[in-house]
Write a protein that binds this ligand. Structure first.
Ligand code: UD1
Ligand code: UDP
Length: 385
């Protein structure tokens, strides 16, 4: 039996590693140890309780407004402490966060093989997204096994001269998680009812535009251009906008500055039509899937949301200059939207108003996986770790 340490710290890592942890726990070939770095706190907690995961180690690192160096030092020391006490046969990390990169570096210093889930994504610009493009490249240098979600990401790794026999195309584990949640929503009409009651302030006669933004490279002016474009968009009669606000204080500062009286914080007794822009706290994963499913269109700079929306048949406008997920653009389901108020508004209106474009974007096929990524990863790890 192989001892594996799964390390995650943020909301998207927890979502994408939860189905892996649950499956690995039922697999007799592995003994699974779970470490949450706690890089996120509030945004992580409901996920762990939904997936019924209690970390064996919680480094509890979250501090408001923490710097990248603070996080790195905490992850380094915390993961080192675990490896000093327990011999592991492998460390599993996901994606591109600071928790992911630093945990893999500690693995390397201890000569513990690292398996990288969601390997090979590249924007080609080390500063965009920042610091994620570096984090994923750095993790790639260290990893023994690269689990690429798509053929495009596999080719990126081949181009960087990684040995072909260390790269496996598995699909994205985020799709495994999404399909499991979709199934739960489908099988449980009460959940649907609960969420429709929770969001009763949304006007059913308006098209819902769901928005999330949080990228570090957009802080300040670019993010404020997006927000000004959203204020313009909210003046259309046919739609309303809901923005679950990321907890990063930089995002909140810009939101307060730009939305001001144009937006309302949604309350349990908020009345439909009281606002055209609704703000709310980050939404737990299951109701967020409900909201994505209910949305007419999604505007986001999130990596995970770009991957999930095609499975739900929703057009995505990517509020970024570059994306490391070009598959969705090639498949025709997403489009980059300029980070300048007027062009932002015009691009959004084009997708809303040109019926053939909207239809094409909502009917494109999901290029990111079939829901069996975790099973594939476990089989490779059993052979190769
Ligand atoms: C992090 C990741 C990013 C990922 C994102 C997912 C890094 C460098 N960044 O960015 O790759 O896309 O998570 O959401 O790894 N906060 C809370 N409670 C929480 C979470 C965050 O209050 O549960 C606030 C804190 O003030 C914290 C700040 O948000 O200091 C920023 O959190 P941090 O993890 O440093 O960066 P994110 O922008 O969340
Ligand atoms: N998500 C969520 N609640 C929200 C916003 C996003 O559960 O209010 C989910 C979303 O479905 C996706 C993941 O969080 O699975 C994406 O996280 P985020 O955008 O924070 O990070 P990224 O994917 O950009 O790294």
């Amino acid at each position: 039996m192989k001892n594996i340490l799964v390390v995650f710290g943020t909301r998207p890592e927890a979502i994408k590693l939860a189905p892996f942890i649950l499956k690995a726990r039922q697999d007799k070939r592995f003994k699974v140890h779970v470490c949450s770095t706690g890089q996120h706190r509030e945004m992580l907690k409901p996920l762990l309780s939904f997936f019924d995961i209690v970390p064996d180690y919680d480094l509890d690192l979250m501090k408001p407004g923490q710097s990248l160096v603070d996080i790195s030092m905490g992850v380094m020391k915390g993961v080192q402490d675990i490896l000093s006490k327990h011999k592991m046969d492998g460390i599993i990390v996901q994606g591109d966060t600071t928790s992911c990169f630093v945990a893999s570096m500690v693995g390397f210093y201890n000569k513990v093989p690292v398996a990288h889930v969601e390997a090979g994504l590249r924007s080609g610009d080390i500063y965009s997204p920042f610091p994620e493009e570096f984090n994923r490249k750095g993790t790639g240098l260290i990893a023994k096994l690269h689990f690429a979600p798509t053929e495009v990401s596999r080719r990126n790794l081949i181009r960087e001269h990684y040995p072909e026999n260390s790269i496996y195309v598995t699909g994205n584990t985020g799709i495994d998680a999404l399909l499991a949640v979709k199934k739960r929503l489908h099988e449980n009409p009460q959940l649907h009812q609960e969420f429709s009651s929770r969001y009763r302030f949304l006007n059913p006669t308006k098209k819902l535009i769901l928005v999330t933004v949080h990228r570090r490279e957009s802080f300040g002016q670019p993010m404020e251009e997006i927000m000004k474009g959203l204020v313009d968009l909210s003046k259309r009669e046919d739609l309303e906008i809901l923005i679950p606000l990321h907890m990063n204080p930089q995002v909140r500062k810009s939101a307060e500055k730009i939305f001001g009286s144009h937006a309302l914080w949604a309350q349990s007794d908020s009345q439909p039509s009281a606002s055209k822009i609704w703000l709310c706290e980050p939404v737990d994963y299951v109701p967020f899937v409900y909201l994505m499913d209910r949305a007419h269109m999604i505007i986001t700079d999130s990596g995970g949301v770009q991957e999930e929306a095609p499975t739900l048949g929703k057009p995505i406008l990517i509020a970024r200059e570059k994306t490391e997920r070009p598959e969705a653009i090639t498949a025709g389901t997403s489009k980059l939207i300029p980070l300048e108020q007027n062009s932002f508004y015009q691009t959004a209106c084009e997708v809303l108003d040109v019926t053939s474009l909207y239809k094409q974007m909502s009917q494109a096929q999901n290029p990111f996986g079939d829901g069996s990524a975790c099973a594939r990863i476990l089989d490779v790890m059993a052979e190769s770790l």
